[in-house]
Design a protein. Structure first.
Length: 220
């Protein structure tokens, strides 16, 4: 049985910090810190549909605009993950793509490369995480090298179907074989921290709530 929708729904209820703590506890990696949210509001989560851009010639086949195949392959339980690591200042995603993705209900985009037409993405309330914005077109500068192929997002190798969560703290990738135990651990951590927050609201001193065993407690 495919648990994708259930796993994505559970991931959406968490934040990146709880998931990062779970990865640390399980001695796993996958965190990329400090990628700004350039448009949209709130966290996104889903399974990765990947898009690899670069220089050179596109693969054989009918000509198409970069990103359109990724949009048509994705839906509400997906995040599009883009690699554009050429160092060329040009857009790897743009306004019409944001509108097309919004119409399909796609959760959002995380882009290791510049994004253009960001005001259009904001007008569509479509969520994009990226470190760099640009006005320069990708036409004549980069091509689509593949959709749903392995990509690299900064320091993390991402395979199509990996799980993604992104908020203003981090972008995090989790492989399908680890998602069940990461979710279980992250949910445990989030529940314990929520209980601690309730104790603080009830007037308990923070030195008692966050006692010396706080770090170890989260790992139990």
């Amino acid at each position: 049985m495919d648990n994708t929708h259930n796993y994505v729904a559970r991931l959406r209820r968490l934040d990146a910090c709880a998931v990062s703590d779970a990865l640390d506890s399980l001695e796993l990696s996958g965190q990329v810190s400090g990628v700004p949210q350039a448009s949209g509001d709130g966290r996104i989560a889903g399974r990765a549909v990947t898009l690899k851009l670069g220089t050179g010639e596109p693969p054989p086949g009918p000509a198409r605009h970069l990103g359109t195949a990724a949009i048509e392959a994705a839906g509400p339980d997906n995040v599009i993950v883009i690699e554009q690591r050429t160092g060329i200042d040009c857009g790897s995603w743009g306004g019409l793509l944001s509108l097309g993705a919004k119409q399909r209900g796609i959760a959002g985009v995380v882009c290791d490369g510049p994004v253009r037409d960001i005001d259009e993405a904001r007008a569509h309330a479509f969520t994009i995480f990226t470190r760099k914005l640009t006005a320069r077109t990708g036409r004549g500068r980069v091509v689509e090298l593949g959709t749903n192929v392995p990509v690299t997002f900064e320091t993390v190798n991402v395979t199509p179907g990996d799980y993604v969560i992104a908020d203003r703290s981090a972008v995090i990738f989790i492989t399908p074989d680890n998602i069940a135990r990461v979710l279980e651990k992250a949910e445990m951590i989030a529940a314990k921290e929520a209980a601690m927050a309730d104790r603080l609201r009830a007037g308990e001193p923070i030195s008692k709530v966050m006692a010396g065993n706080y770090e170890h407690m989260l790992r139990r």
